[in-house]
Design a protein around this ligand. Structure first.
Ligand code: FEO
Length: 388
């Protein structure tokens, strides 16, 4: 395992997973993912969360190496999703005197996931409660729906460390050196994105703490420039665009709609759009398309009509955006249809359920393939999208 130092008495015992096909059975992770777990060594020993079953043995080996024969006094459970909680029963059985620390919702879920009897071994904490380990004291803050209802974060008061659960997490194994923003953003919008208000509530609590290090459950330990990462989370959770640019997401069957999308991209670039990003929804990573839709301030949807509706990958994309509370963006629509165009109406119907969208009217309707009049309409749309 790559040696990851946090402080002398707080150690990393998590594990990289570079062979998983789909994280949470839906996200491609080309550079893997890490399941982070930590140990605090003091008069009492606390383990901060477990790991996914895919990494159990490596985690146990790491634990043994760090514990050097000591027992575990407490297991702090920040989050019950199985990528972190899968080994609660195993650890409770390995260390029969270990106490499990969580909130009331944590223990309801432990009862649902496991058969272990924790009678007399459960410490139920509430907002602001503390647990003294010796020199270190953990304080607990509830963070419901960041990302599940039982989530809580722990603040270690002596070394000023925030154990932030899924917050500030990122796709990518720790063995991979890559920029934080891209995979942290893709992680955030696809996994936590729906819960912007709850992230804002957590950020308000965090603002009252003096934080030196953030230890998330996925991705790198953040030790410097924390304002940068907190600023990104603030922006993302307020649903404000991060960058100026136009995302063109297209759903094309035989290439004609794709041709219109590419034509528009060329026009936008020629007119000086700060950034133009094309996504072929039939083939791209949908999570990346969702990420970019949130990242940029303008979105064009171009889709073929299909079965009286819209080509399914576009419907899927829009339902993803809707589920993640997509809002506060400028949108334009392009439909294509050979006999009864239906994509535009269908896309608009899905968009109606979303907040604060500025939809450019009317949408462009192409019959089968682009004609000079369609090219003129695309030119006018490119003007609209670049004149703001
Ligand atoms: Fe990384 Fe919501 O679990």
């Amino acid at each position: 395992m790559k040696d990851i130092t946090i402080t002398d008495s707080i150690r990393y015992v998590g594990a990289d997973d570079t062979t998983i096909d789909l994280f949470e059975s839906q996200y491609v992770v080309p550079n893997g993912v890490s399941y982070n777990s930590y140990v605090i060594l003091d008069d009492k020993v606390a383990v901060m969360d477990t790991v996914d079953t895919r990494a159990t043995q490596q985690w146990l080996d790491n634990l043994d190496r760090v514990l050097q024969g000591r027992t575990v006094d407490y297991l702090i459970v920040s989050h019950m999703e199985p990528d972190h909680a899968a080994n609660i029963q195993l650890l409770a059985e390995k260390y029969p005197t270990m106490q499990v620390v969580g909130n009331a919702k944590t223990f309801t879920m432990i009862g649902q996931f496991f058969t272990v009897d924790l009678t007399g071994r459960s410490i139920v904490v509430k907002e602001g409660d503390t647990l003294c380990l010796g020199r270190h004291t953990l304080q607990f803050f509830m963070a419901p729906m960041v990302h599940w209802p039982e989530v809580m974060v722990s603040y270690e008061q002596t070394e000023k460390i925030l154990f932030s659960a899924d917050g500030f997490g990122k796709f990518g194994a720790l063995s991979v050196d890559e920029p934080w923003d891209c995979e942290a953003r893709r992680y955030y919008f696809n996994i936590v994105g729906k819960y912007g208000a709850q992230v804002q509530a957590l950020l308000k609590k965090a603002a009252s703490l003096d934080i030196a290090i953030i230890c998330p459950l996925h991705g790198p330990i953040l030790k410097e420039n924390l304002g940068y990462y907190i600023g990104k989370y603030d922006l993302w959770s307020r649903y404000e665009p991060e960058d100026q640019g136009v995302v063109i997401a297209y759903a094309s069957i035989h290439g004609h709609t794709a041709e219109a999308a590419r034509k528009l991209a060329g026009l936008l670039e020629a007119k000086g759009a700060p950034k133009v990003v094309l996504h072929d929804l039939a083939r791209c990573d949908m999570a990346e398309a969702v990420e970019d839709a949130f990242r940029y301030d303008r979105l064009v949807l171009a889709a073929a009509s299909y079965d009286g509706g819209v080509f399914p990958c576009m419907e899927d994309f829009l339902l993803h955006l809707k589920a993640k509370a997509y809002q506060k963006r400028t949108l334009a629509l392009i439909e294509n249809g050979s006999w009864a165009p239906s994509a535009g109406k269908c896309m608009k119907a899905i968009l109606e359920g979303m907040k604060a969208l500025n939809i450019v009217e009317p949408f462009i309707s192409i019959r089968s393939s682009m004609k000079p009049a369609d090219e003129a309409a695309l030119e006018a749309l490119a003007n609209r999208l670049t004149e703001a």
